[in-house]
Design a protein around this ligand. Structure first.
Ligand code: BYC
Length: 317
C-alpha cells in the first residue's frame, strides 16, 4: 500500500473518532508530535513537583502536610503514566529524560516561578491545577489511545488538587489581615503565568493547525484560556480577591470576560530558559537523576538475575 493510501486510512479513522493505538500505522509527523507533547507533559508533571515539594517540610499543620505529600506523589504518578505512554511510540525513557536534561525538551513555563509563601501552594492548586484540568479534560478525548487513557486517570486526581488549593485559599480569605494580604499577593504573582500555561496565541501557535486536524487538540490555546478566565473570575469573588488585570470586565454581549494583554516577552523569556527558576529546576532534576543511578543499576541487576534464573528453569523443565 502506498504512503498516500495509508495516510488516507489513518485520517479516515481520526475523522470517524476511532482511536489510534500503538501498533497502528501512523504518519511519522504524528508520532513525532505526540512524542514531543506527551514527553513535555510528563516532564511538566515531574518538574512540577519541585515548587510544591519545597513546602512539604513547612506546611502549617500535620493535615496540610499529609495532603500536600499526597498531591506531590500524585504528580509523580502522572509523570510515570505519561512516560509510559511516550514509550509506546518507540522512544526509550532514557532518551526522553536525556532530552529534558540537555534542554532539548521543554516543560511547562509555570514551574519556573518560585513558591515564596504558603499561599502560593493554594494558588498553584487553584490556578495551575485549574488551568491544567481544562487542558487535560480536552486531552481525555485526544486521538492517541494511551495518551487519552492516561489523561482520564490524571483528571480524576487533578480535580482533588484544584479543590485542595481553593480550600487553602478559602481558609486564608477568612483569616487575619496578614493572611488576606498573603492570599492577594500570591494571586497577583500567579495569575499571569497561569494564563501563559495555555501556550502562545492561536495566531503564533506552530503546532495547533496540524494537531487539530489530527484531533490531538480539540480546543485551541485561546479558547481554553478564555474558558479559564471565565471560570476563575467567578471563583475569585468567593475568595474576595482581585485578579491583577484592570481590564478584566464581564462582556454581556459576548457572555464572557474581556481581559488585558499577556506579557508575551515574559512568556518566551521563560520558555527559552531565562525565567526566575529555570536553572534551579533543571539542576535539581539532574541531581535527583544522578543520585538515583544506583537504584536503576540495582533494579537492572535484579531483573537480569531473575531472567537468567527463569531461563535455567525452562531448560531444566
Ligand atoms: N510552557 O504550537 P504550540 C500539572 C511551546 S503539569 C513551555 O501552541 P502545542 C501540574 C510548545 O511546546 C501539566 N512551552 O504548541 C504538575 C511549542 O514549542 P516546541 C502541564 C510552551 O503543543 C505539578 C511552542 O511553545 N500540562 O498540571 O500545540 C503540579 C509553540 O506552542 C508552553 C501540559 O503539559 C508553555 N506553557 O500546544 C501542579 C499539557 N506553551 O515543542 C500541576 C500538555 C507552549 O515546538 N501540552 N509551549 O519546541 C499541551 O496541551 C500543549 O503542548 C500546549 C501547547 C497547549 C501546552
Amino acid at each position: 500500500m502506498s504512503v498516500q493510501e495509508l495516510e488516507k486510512i489513518f485520517q479516515d479513522k481520526i475523522d470517524r473518532e476511532v482511536r489510534i493505538e500503538p501498533k497502528d500505522w501512523m504518519p511519522d509527523a504524528y508520532r513525532k508530535t505526540l512524542i514531543r507533547q506527551i514527553s513535555q507533559h510528563a516532564h511538566s508533571e515531574i518538574v512540577g513537583m519541585l515548587p510544591e515539594g519545597n513546602w512539604i517540610t513547612r506546611a502549617p499543620s500535620l493535615k496540610r502536610k499529609a495532603i500536600l505529600l499526597a498531591k506531590v506523589q500524585d504528580e509523580a504518578g502522572h509523570g510515570l503514566y505519561l512516560y509510559a505512554a511516550t514509550e509506546t511510540l518507540g522512544i526509550t525513557r532514557e532518551q526522553t529524560i536525556d532530552d529534558l536534561h540537555s534542554g532539548k525538551a521543554k516543560y511547562s513555563s509555570i514551574f519556573n516561578y518560585p513558591t515564596i509563601t504558603w499561599a502560593d501552594i493554594g494558588a498553584i492548586g487553584w490556578l495551575v491545577d485549574g488551568a491544567a484540568i481544562l487542558n487535560q479534560v480536552m486531552l481525555c478525548r485526544t486521538s492517541y489511545g494511551p495518551y487519552a487513557r492516561a489523561n482520564i486517570r490524571i483528571c480524576k486526581e487533578e480535580s482533588f488538587h484544584q479543590r485542595q488549593g481553593f480550600e487553602i485559599l478559602l481558609v486564608l480569605s477568612q483569616g487575619t489581615p496578614e493572611q488576606k494580604a498573603m492570599l492577594q499577593d500570591a494571586v497577583d504573582r500567579w495569575w499571569w503565568p497561569s494564563l501563559m500555561m495555555f501556550g502562545p496565541r492561536d495566531s503564533e501557535s506552530t503546532h495547533s493547525d496540524q494537531s487539530t486536524q489530527w484531533k490531538i487538540k480539540r480546543k485551541s490555546n485561546d479558547e481554553l484560556r478564555q474558558q479559564f478566565v471565565d471560570m476563575i473570575a467567578e471563583q475569585a469573588k468567593i475568595l474576595q480577591v482581585t485578579l491583577p488585570d484592570p481590564e478584566l470586565k464581564w462582556n454581556a454581549e459576548k457572555k464572557q470576560y474581556d481581559w488585558g494583554e499577556i506579557d508575551w516577552n515574559e512568556f518566551w523569556n521563560v520558555v527559552k530558559g531565562n525565567g526566575p527558576c529555570n536553572k534551579q529546576r533543571l539542576d535539581a532534576r539532574k541531581k535527583a537523576h544522578d543520585n538515583g543511578a544506583w537504584v536503576r543499576e540495582a533494579a537492572k541487576a535484579y531483573a537480569d538475575k531473575r531472567k537468567e534464573r527463569e531461563e535455567k528453569e525452562i531448560k531444566v523443565a
